[in-house]
Structure formats: C-alpha cells, structure tokens
Design a protein around this ligand. Structure first.
Ligand SMILES: NC(=O)c1ccc[n+]([C@@H]2O[C@H](COP(=O)([O-])OP(=O)(O)OC[C@H]3O[C@@H](n4cnc5c(N)ncnc54)[C@H](O)[C@@H]3O)[C@@H](O)[C@H]2O)c1
Length: 279
C-alpha cells in the first residue's frame, strides 16, 4: 500500500493503458482522478474502483483544450488537495502515408499528443509541488514506435519523439525539486486505441480515416513480430511500480525489439567514430 494517502491523475484513464495504470495505483492505496474525453468510460472505471474502496473521481476532459485541463486540475485540488503522480497518457493514432496525411491530421495528432501532454503537466505541476515526498512522479506515455518506427505512422511517431524530447528536459528541470520523471514505451497493446482515437477526433477536423493497408504496411516495415509485440495493457503495467520505485527514466513494457535499439545506437556511435576519425 505504498501509495496510501497519495493522489494519482491519469489522462485517458477510462480505457486501456490508463485504466490498467489506475488499477495498479488503486491496488496500492492511491486515490485516483481519471480524466478522459470519453466521460462515460472514465465514470465507469471510477465507479469500478470506488466499489473496491478507492477514492476515485472522473472528469470529462479534452487534453488538447488547455482550459479543460486547468478546470480539471482545480477539481482535483478541491477534492484531494494536491497530487503526487501525474500520468499524461493520452495519445491518438492517425495512420497515413506522408503525402496522404492532411493538415488536419497533422494538427490533430500534434495538438493532442504533444500539447495534450504539455497542457497536463503545466496544469498539474503546481499540485505536485504542493505535495512532498519521494514518490512524486510525472509518468509520460511514449511508445515503442520511437525505437521501431513503421511506415504510414509519421504523424504519430513524430509526436512520440516530441514527448520523449519534452520528457528528457522535464526530468532535468524537476530533478532538483525531487520530482521524478519517467517515460513508458509500450509496444502494441490489445486496447481500443484505433477506435477511441477515431471517436475522439473533433468533427470539425473531418473523419479520421483508417485504411487497413496502412496497418499492414506499418507492420511489415517495422519488422516486429505480432506474437511478441502485442500484449494486454494489464501485462504492460506488471512491473510499473517497481520501475517507478527505482526511479527508472525509461520503462519498457514488452516486445522483442532490443536488437533494433542496439542497431540504432550502434549507427549513432559509428557516426561519432567517423567524425572523430576525420577531426
Ligand atoms: N495500443 C497500443 O498499441 C499502443 C502502443 C504504444 C503506445 N500507446 C499509447 O498508450 C496510450 C494509451 O493508449 P491505449 O492503447 O490505452 O488506448 P485506449 O483507446 O484504450 O485509451 C486511450 C484513452 O484516451 C482517451 N482520449 C483520446 N483522446 C483524448 C483527448 N483529446 N482528451 C482526453 N482523452 C482522450 C480515449 O477516450 C481513451 O479512453 C496512448 O498514448 C498511446 O499512444 C498505445
């Protein structure tokens, strides 16, 4: 019960990875605030946790809308007083070849996946600062696609790289306050991600198109095995608390792409060596 008396805020907490994270923290004593654009799902998840004795609240929030997130932070402060762990977890998916993605596709994915993370941290950091102790944490959801990018995923992959860049600097800036920053890199999960992304897209931006061929091309190009790359969200969070306790900067959830990471790092180091050989 190491999170007894602590408050955890999770965006996208109504479904998939966010809901699985909520279970882990609730089981370990935390109070939960679940923020989701799908308010019904967040309510349902909060009710499920309440039935097990957790102090859980749900809020309908669009992370792309700064005002909406700021309002949620006020509600969390009114209910819990402060918060200890913030999980900016929302990310939407829009497949498409580089020359087929529309301006609206790019804008939507960037506004939700990048500005949504920034909006969440900006709104909740003051509440984390109101708390104290060693377990204060910002946990950003990145993606294994930062290591195994696939064709037809440019919009999504670009935003997850942006999340990682933001997270690296955030960790540096919060270190002296004793606030930890970790990033989780899930590989493929059997969640509602494509369905919920489509549902969350504002009508004014037009429908989110999903062409099955894009998914097939992505799978083939990223050289990953479905057998090892796909897991449930529950499986993906099985080691979450021990990773956070150890203040690990990077959390790998599942998947068999270690060799690809090594290959990428080797190419970077080789580039250094070539440069050093010709100073
Ligand atoms: N599913 C995968 O294969 C996979 C792989 C790697 C990373 N991820 C990342 O994991 C995170 C969670 O995804 P998931 O797989 O659990 O999907 P999910 O669909 O199960 O959950 C995502 C939740 O986010 C909510 N949401 C969408 N747009 C929102 C917005 N603008 N404001 C607030 N809430 C919004 C949805 O309603 C949904 O409840 C995302 O960042 C995703 O990019 C997923």
């Amino acid at each position: 019960m190491e999170y007894r008396g602590k408050t955890v805020v999770i965006t996208g907490g109504g479904s998939g990875l966010g809901a699985a994270m909520a279970d882990v923290f609730a089981t370990n004593g935390a109070g939960l605030a679940l923020l989701d654009i799908d308010g019904d799902r967040a309510e349902k998840k909060a009710a499920e946790l309440q039935a097990k004795g957790t102090d859980a609240i749900a809020m309908t929030v669009d992370v792309a809308d700064k005002g909406s997130v700021v309002t949620a932070a006020r509600e969390v402060e009114a209910h819990f007083g402060s918060c200890d762990v913030v999980c900016p977890n929302v990310g939407v998916q829009q497949f498409g070849a580089i020359d087929k993605l529309t301006d609206n596709d790019w804008a939507w994915v960037h506004t939700v996946n990048v500005m949504g993370v920034i909006n969440t941290v900006s709104a909740f950091l003051p509440l984390v600062r109101k708390s104290s102790g060693d377990s204060r944490h910002i946990l950003l959801t990145a993606s294994a696609s930062c290591f195994t990018p696939g064709a037809r995923m440019a919009a999504y992959v670009a935003t997850k790289y942006a999340v990682v860049g933001y997270g690296e600097v955030l960790r540096m800036e919060l270190a002296e306050e004793g606030i930890n920053v970790s990033m989780i890199f899930p590989a493929g999960m059997t969640t509602r991600h494509l369905e919920s992304s489509r549902a969350a897209r504002p009508a004014a931006l037009g429908e989110s198109k999903l062409d099955r061929e894009d998914v097939e091309v992505m799978m083939a190009s990223s050289n990953i095995s479905v057998d090892t790359h796909l897991a449930s969200a529950e499986h993906a969070v099985r080691n979450l608390l021990s990773e956070l306790r150890a203040k690990q900067p990077y959390i790998i959830t599942h998947g068999s792409y270690r060799a690809q990471v090594e290959e990428q790092q080797r190419k970077v180091l080789d580039a250094f060596d070539r440069m050093l050989a010709n100073p």
